[in-house]
Write a protein that binds this ligand. Sequence first.
Ligand SMILES: [Zn+2]
Length: 378
Amino acid sequence: MSIDPPVVSSVPLELIIAAPKVLLHDHLDGGLRPQTVLDLAAESGYADLPATDAESLGRWFSEAAYSGSLERYLETFKHTVGVTQSVSALERVARECAEDLAVDGVVYAEVRFAPELHVEKGLNEREIIEAVLSGFASGIKAVAAGGREIRIGVLLTAMRTAANARSIAELAVEYRDRGVVGFDIAGAEAGFPPTRHLDAFEYLRRENAHFTIHAGEAFGLPSIWEAIQWCGADRLGHGVRIMDDISVAPDGTVTLGKLAAYVRDRRIPLELCPTSNVQTGAAESIASHPIGLLRTLGFRVTVNTDNRLMSGTSMSREMDLLSQAFGWGLKDMEWLTINAMKSAFVGFDERLEIINTQIKPGYAQIRAELENRRLNHN
Ligand SMILES: [Zn+2]
């Protein structure tokens, strides 16, 4: 794993931040502010944190995520989950998530969490879901008071190593008119194929509900194939290993296998998370991340953060890294953003409305600003 040498980005970071962005793959327990982790630990008597100030704690999270050790990486979630076992902690974390995403220029986000991870101190799953929804509602309100607009849809995640998927899927359907827009399964991929939870996916399809599946991150094509052809996933969480079904000859000729062609031709969205993919070894570096080739080949690619705290990242940072690695400009960022919005789980009318009233005018404005700066500079 390596950080790539910087190439000059064609879009200044502050304009990337100002541009509207859409985020489909972000974990609530992976996006806490370091200071919030400290505050919540103090409030709840959680004594296991590895640092006592926000700066070193933030650094510890990112070092653990870059360590290449799965044990250390999993320990990061032990802490964020450990300090979010009360209604007030969940509300605060959701509120701050809405605020942080809005400040970063995100106009629509789907944030996921696993209710079953927050029951350690006696909360039940409905209390947990309601606390998160209420936190998002107050975050959205605070953001609006500051003159910004963000919409957030919740995805309920079931852990693929557990056996609760069906009951979490039922909760996703129960809460679908109250802010929950879909379902997901996450956790160790190898040895836990998505078909283990087939009854949950069949139930969701009978209920006309949407879901994505973490597949093709740590494990390859069989996981992607099952997620799509057995489970019927609307989107792939990561899906980066679809590259195993794409061959590039020395003369540059690209050949797609049947599964890769199916994913591309059916326009199945890939929730790619560049920094996270580098941290987990799913990609070697940002510059060699398959997102460049997948884009050229016409796959429905989207850019995501996965775990903002562990990856020390944001949507703007991911866009900036890609801009530097591939020379992508505003046109590419707008294309990626519209791709993500088209792939969202909210209704088609709402997706179109956000594209036409926020994304397109937003990019037109940034483009004009960039042009202005160039003229003034010359
Ligand atoms: Zn994820």
